[in-house]
Write a protein that binds this ligand. Structure first.
Ligand SMILES: *Cc1c(COP(=O)(O)O)cnc(C)c1O
Length: 353
């Protein structure tokens, strides 16, 4: 133990266990919503003695064009996770401000708030789904940032562009509405990116980790009006993007690579439909959540069935949702990987304990 006293919010942190940090023994990895498609990249550098472009121009331009925005509306970050962190660090006063989120949702919003001593207004997904913009704005209260994960991880629930516009309008001058679109490529028409020119309190988070099949690259984008990005540009590290990363990201954003990504998304969406049917007909599964994204979240009848899958090397992501510990998120992997899921589903049920 170090003798140096920790800030209270840090001392009380639980170590974040990501889908990857747990040391699991597996052969089939369907726990982190990664893409099954990987391709070899070759690198060719002459100038790694020099610091990189802080915001690599070619990548920014390519992503802006892909997202239908101007380069001034695009900030490149180390994954969407760094975008979340930068927003909290830039816009929230520690020990005073709060963020709002709709549970169950992606865990990093809470982790980031906790590590920065920023409070949390925990609301329910059902409010986001069923409440009016006025009711939602009311519940958000004085929170500075409102995180809307669309589609939502792990439920797959979506929010219409009209509703996001209404929420942003209701919170104008009070809070930034942050739409996390990590999975938007699986339902492109739902993007809120086109609203960015109409609202000065809207932010969209994107990543190359999911549909673009580059989780290992650590690249994301924060899309926002230039005035919202300006203070973040002062907070971000001076050279956040390695030249190596920039080169690979640039290749991933060529028109050909984007076409290939869309083709893969359509294959994964079809595989998901098929798996949804299989899950719906399985004795082991009590409930299937129908939603968007490269994952399906289900409730199993017996927790032991999850253990059985893990022991056989099939790694999926268990969750406690709505107070019950028998939820499981299954990433849409390759045909071969999903065959392992089908095999598990048809195995005899584990003994009840
Ligand atoms: C995977 C994920 C991210 C993290 O993306 P990175 O770019 O890999 O940091 C952000 N938000 C949601 C909802 C995710 O599921």
């Amino acid at each position: 133990m170090s003798q140096i006293q920790l800030p209270e919010n840090i001392a009380s942190l639980n170590a974040y266990s990501s889908a990857k940090s747990e040391k699991l023994n597996g052969t089939t990895w369907l726990n982190a919503n990664e893409s099954p498609y990987s391709r070899r990249v070759s690198l060719d550098f002459e100038a790694l003695n020099r610091y990189p472009d802080p915001q690599p121009e070619a990548v920014i331009k390519a992503y802006a064009s892909y997202a239908g925005l101007s380069p001034e509306q695009v900030l490149m970050t180390r994954g969407a996770d760094e975008g979340i962190e930068l927003l909290v660090r830039t816009y929230c006063v520690p020990g005073q401000d709060k963020i709002a989120l709709f549970l169950p949702t992606y865990g990093m919003y809470k982790v980031t708030a906790d590590t920065h001593n920023v409070g949390i207004t925990a609301l329910e997904q059902s409010l986001l789904q069923q409440g009016s913009a006025a009711e939602i704005a009311d519940a958000v209260g004085n929170a500075k940032l409102v995180f809307i994960c669309n589609p939502n991880n792990p439920t797959g629930a979506t929010v219409s562009t009209d509703k996001i516009a209404a929420i942003a309008a209701a919170l104008k001058g009070k809070a930034l509405v942050v739409v996390d679109e990590a999975y938007i490529e699986f339902c492109e028409q739902l993007t809120a990116a086109s609203l960015l020119s109409d609202f000065d309190n809207l932010v969209v988070l994107r990543t190359l980790s999911k549909a673009f099949a580059l989780a290992g690259l650590r690249t994301g984008f924060t899309l926002a009006p230039p005035d919202v990005l300006a203070p973040i540009r002062k907070v971000i590290a001076p050279y956040p993007v390695s030249a190596v990363v920039a080169q690979i990201a640039q290749e991933a954003l060529t028109p050909d690579a984007i076409t290939q990504m869309r083709r893969q998304v359509s294959i994964l969406n079809k595989a998901k439909e098929k798996l949804t049917e299989v899950l719906g007909g399985s004795e082991k599964i009590a409930k299937v959540m129908i939603g968007e994204g490269n994952f399906i979240t289900v409730q199993v009848r017996q927790v032991n069935d999850i253990k059985q899958a893990m022991q056989s090397g099939l790694i999926m992501r268990p969750f406690t949702l709505f107070g019950e510990d028998n939820w499981l998120r299954i990433s849409i992997g390759s045909e071969q990987e999903l065959e392992q899921v089908r095999r598990w589903l048809t195995q005899p049920q584990a003994e009840q304990q």
